[in-house]
Design a protein. Structure first.
Length: 277
């Protein structure tokens, strides 16, 4: 029996990484989609994003959702474009891998986890004082989801305003005390890790700067990226919270007249030209 001839292994050069020229960073809930609006998501926004991607844009979903919840939300609302990157839980940077698996991009996620562990350990006295304030002076609930996941759920916005003011009094003494607030929901974090700093880290990894970044959001937890230090082009939809609108306007950003995805079509037209699709 003749042996099979040795097969020549064909090798091809790996595909060159896509060269991104600028970044489009969108919050998801309330910015790209809005269940209270009609339509919840306007497909014209997707068309505009795709046109800008063809010009070198990296499309980022920058959200408080987990990675899994983000992917579910995109599918649920018929957004079948795959983002170039996802920033999940207001911090962690992911890029798509093979077979639709997402993976950490750089060492940022690992560094953020370690910083969160140090934050909870080093500021136990302040966190205990905040917990006591919440449980004795308000009707809000202090939550502990695991050793390093701490948060608060308030009963209304004025109550959460007062809680944030109390937290800020501790942060004035310890600047790395941070939090992400979305209406009556709050999650504690190291102040060095936010939607804004994650966006800047992603830009750095792509060889870009804040001058190449567009960022849009509607709530308090978006304010860190609606900042000229992280994005020179900032916007919010017409349904954004009034304090967010005021801050975006004061920072020289664009405040849309329409809600969510339609407002984002206005914002992209404002910064990049062209008519909404």
């Amino acid at each position: 029996m003749r042996p099979f001839p040795a097969r020549r292994i064909r090798t091809t050069a790996p595909m060159a990484a896509k060269q991104h020229r600028f970044i489009l960073s969108f919050d998801f809930d309330g910015t790209m989609i809005n269940p209270a609006a009609s339509p919840v998501y306007h497909p014209g926004l997707g068309n505009m994003i795709q046109a800008l991607r063809a010009q070198g844009a990296a499309w980022i979903v920058n959200t408080g959702r987990s990675l899994g919840q983000t992917l579910e939300g995109l599918a649920q609302h018929g957004i079948f474009m795959e983002p170039d990157f996802i920033i999940a839980q207001e911090c962690n940077i992911y890029k798509p891998g093979f077979f639709s698996r997402w993976k950490d991009f750089g060492s940022w996620n690992r560094d953020a986890l370690r910083a969160q562990e140090r934050f909870v350990r080093d500021h136990k006295a302040s966190l205990d004082a905040i917990k006591q304030f919440v449980e004795t002076q308000t009707r809000a609930s202090f939550l502990n989801h695991g050793e390093n996941e701490l948060g608060i759920v308030g009963t209304n916005d004025p109550e959460m305003d007062a809680i944030c003011a109390y937290i800020d009094s501790h942060a004035a003494q310890f600047p790395d005390i941070g939090y992400h607030r979305n209406s009556i929901y709050l999650r504690f974090s190291h102040s060095g890790y936010s939607k804004g700093t994650a966006l800047s880290e992603l830009a750095r990894l792509l060889g870009l700067t804040s001058a190449h970044c567009f960022a849009a959001g509607d709530n308090y937890n978006d304010l860190s990226m609606l900042d000229q230090r992280h994005a020179r082009m900032i916007a919010c939809p017409g349904n954004a919270l009034e304090p967010v609108k005021q801050i975006v306007h004061a920072r020289g950003g664009f405040v849309a007249s329409l809600p969510a995805s339609e407002g984002m079509m206005e914002a992209l037209t404002h910064y990049f030209g062209g008519a909404p699709a």
